[in-house]
Design a protein around this ligand. Structure first.
Ligand code: GLN
Length: 477
């Protein structure tokens, strides 16, 4: 059986027509992972027994005439900061090396109920801090398009798993670009939903006011299918919103799509943007115009402050969220003579350099005497960045930008230069600060390394960005 080129819909049809069983399909995926992942290193752990049992259940439901639903039997990979009961969950950190989750994240419960199959947990930057997956304590993931290059990060394992077809779809988390940036570098679709659209319960918090969970998929339609299931208010997450997406997410109409106006912000086409990336984005503009969509130049004047603002707010929240990892409540525990030494040893040996850097920075910007000068100010700047989007969205419905300044860089190229690494997220971070949804879609008609374009929508208007994306892909079918 050939698993290449499969999508959610194709698998669904195959299962319904009984061309293959869920069990056969799942074991094909494990065979392929065992052959392929030695060179890519997308997975930190596999969940073969559990997955095979899940697949038997899907087959039983089909035999009993009860299914499969659209996600039934879909082989998925899950970022290792999302809890699946009974499975290891490490966030790629030594401090959680032996930790096993005691409950399911809400997104996992939803996918479970829908019959999706979890193949395993994917590699990432430690606690989702990074842009290349090189900050994992355990292994380096390679970009399937060029093994000497990074897959992006922090959800690099999830992106690489889908790009190399070891999974049909994957979940990631996005605090400043960690779904969209690796999706762009690996040539998959990656969606960061509106803040509050998807429950964060059971996902290890990095920066709670910025984090969102979202899917990696091979096409935009699959991302829409997954969002429909993942979204919805959750009593376990006070920031989740009472919004249910409608069928316009799945069946966009060209008449509606043509009415959308797309803005192109001048601040995103500046020095440092690779010429090839800029040219490809211009081709996308022409493609959208071919669809009958109107485009215009716009301005998001506070864009230049986004990165500095993010690198105050995010570490502040990181320092608070990571304080729970002390070796007492979770994970790895060292031997020590007294309590203070115990904390010190566990955290000293458990966290990698990037986590420590951010905990220190965050503690500093929140400390008395500096709070107003840094954290308080950054919050004000965040409001201005959000206002830029509010203003722009009075005039246009969707904003089109590059996802990353360059295609995938070489492993090791930026590993010792945190500032150069931080710049990889310059086009994705403003979206998290504003809480709006955005999707990264691979540019078609592209021969070299993958390049992505980003469509940013109004709050809870995922239907607009995913609608345009679906029609863009049809141009190349
Ligand atoms: N790369 C960014 C960072 O290092 C974003 C991380 C993320 O979205 N989780 O903070």
């Amino acid at each position: 059986m050939d698993i290449k080129g499969l999508t959610i819909k194709k698998i669904h049809h195959g299962l319904v027509k009984k061309e293959f069983s869920s069990k056969e399909l799942t074991s094909e995926f494990f065979d392929f992972i065992k052959k392929e992942d030695g060179k890519i290193n997308a997975f930190l752990s596999l969940a073969e027994n559990r997955a095979m049992k899940q697949s038997e259940l899907v087959d039983k439901n089909i035999a009993d005439g009860k299914g499969p639903g659209i996600l039934g039997g879909i082989p998925m990979a899950i970022k290792d900061n999302i809890l699946i009961e009974g499975l290891h969950c490490t966030a790629a950190s030594k401090i959680l090396k032996d930790y096993k989750a005691s409950y399911n994240a809400t997104v996992i419960n939803k996918l479970n109920d829908a019959g999706a199959i979890f193949l395993g947990k994917t590699n990432m930057d430690e606690f989702a801090m990074g842009s290349s997956t090189e900050n994992s304590a355990f292994k380096i993931t390679h970009n399937p398009h060029d093994l000497e290059r990074v897959p992006g990060g922090s959800s690099g394992g999830s992106a690489a798993a889908v790009a190399s077809e070891m999974a049909i779809a994957a979940l990631g988390s996005d605090t400043g670009g960690s779904i969209r940036q690796p999706a762009a570098l690996c040539g998959t679709v990656g969606l960061k939903p509106t803040y509050g659209a998807v429950s964060r319960y059971g996902v290890m918090a990095m920066a709670s006011s910025l984090d969102q969970i979202g899917p990696f998929t091979k096409n935009v339609e699959d991302a829409a299918l997954l969002l429909k299931t993942l979204s919805g208010q959750d009593i376990m997450d006070a920031t989740s919103a009472p919004v249910k997406f409608g069928d316009d997410l799945l069946n966009p109409k060209i008449e509606d799509i043509k009415k959308l106006k797309v803005g192109i912000p001048e601040e995103y086409f500046v020095e440092g943007l690779d010429k090839n990336v800029a040219d490809k984005i211009n081709e996308v503009v022409k493609d959208l115009e071919k669809l009958g969509i109107k485009t215009k130049k716009i301005s998001l004047p506070h864009t230049k402050y986004a990165l500095s603002c993010y690198y105050i707010i995010m570490p502040a929240e990181v320092s608070a969220n990571l304080s729970r990892f002390d070796g007492i409540r979770y994970g790895h525990r060292e031997k020590a003579d007294n309590l203070i030494d115990l904390y010190k040893k566990n955290r000293e040996l458990g966290f990698g350099p990037e986590s420590k850097r951010r905990i220190l920075l965050g503690t500093f910007v929140l400390s008395s005497g500096y709070y107003d000068a840094y954290y308080g100010r950054a919050q004000k700047v965040r409001a201005l960045i959000k206002q830029d989007f509010d203003e722009a969205f009075k005039d246009v419905d969707v904003i089109l930008t590059p996802v990353t300044p360059t295609p995938a860089f070489k492993i090791g190229e930026k590993a010792d230069d945190p500032l150069a690494m931080y710049l990889s997220d310059i086009f994705t971070i403003p979206v998290n600060l504003a809480g709006v949804p955005a999707v990264s879609i691979p540019v078609k008609n592209n021969k070299g390394l993958p390049i992505g374009f980003q469509l940013i929508g109004k709050h809870f208007r995922e239907a607009d960005i995913l609608g345009i994306g679906q029609f863009y892909e049809k141009l190349y079918n």
